[in-house]
Design a protein. Structure first.
Length: 181
């Protein structure tokens, strides 16, 4: 059953990933940067307190599933603290939630996902990968792209609309077991 759930969810998630890939791909061509630990920067105490406050406020927005507000909140914080990895992670999570919510609110997109079989989803995925390989001057960071796709899947599995369309027979326990494998 889990193998079947995996195949269905993955084939349908390919369509979802393809819809957000142009947005996600911006990370793929980015060159690696040297990160200076935030604890070694000037103003440690004030900055640490401010960042903790930002993260705390963001967690409230996330808990209330106010994803667009959380995204704006983290975007603003990253302008002041662009190298802070916790802020980057929270911003990415909010971004994924917003993109998935937007896509599944679009009935034509939801219908496309519902009617696309595994073979066509894989063909579309192959086409996008080929375009990435062809058009990127710098080799894409496949690990980051894979991480982003996996994060999209994990978030999508928390969305009732996604589960209803892609895994209607799966129980919550099966979905949670799959997410934690």
């Amino acid at each position: 059953m889990q193998q079947s759930l995996f195949r269905v969810v993955c084939s349908q998630l390919l369509i979802v990933t393809l819809s957000v890939l142009p947005f996600s791909a911006r990370f793929a061509g980015a060159q690696e940067q040297v990160r200076i630990p935030t604890s070694s920067l000037p103003g440690d105490v004030e900055d640490a307190s401010a960042i903790e406050s930002v993260l705390s406020q963001g967690r409230v927005l996330e808990k209330e599933q106010r994803w667009p507000e959380a995204l704006s909140h983290y975007d603003a914080a990253l302008k002041k603290y662009p190298q802070h990895t916790d802020l980057q992670r929270r911003q990415t999570l909010a971004e994924i939630h917003c993109e998935l919510d937007r896509r599944f609110a679009d009935s034509s997109f939801a219908n496309l996902v519902r009617t696309t079989d595994e073979r066509r989803a894989l063909e579309a995925f192959d086409e996008v990968v080929l375009k990435i390989q062809t058009h990127y001057v710098v080799e894409p960071d496949w690990q980051k792209l894979t991480w982003r796709g996996t994060a999209n899947l994990d978030v999508a599995l928390t969305k009732p609309t996604f589960v209803k369309i892609n895994a209607p027979q799966a129980s919550s326990d099966q979905i949670n077991a799959f997410r934690h494998e």
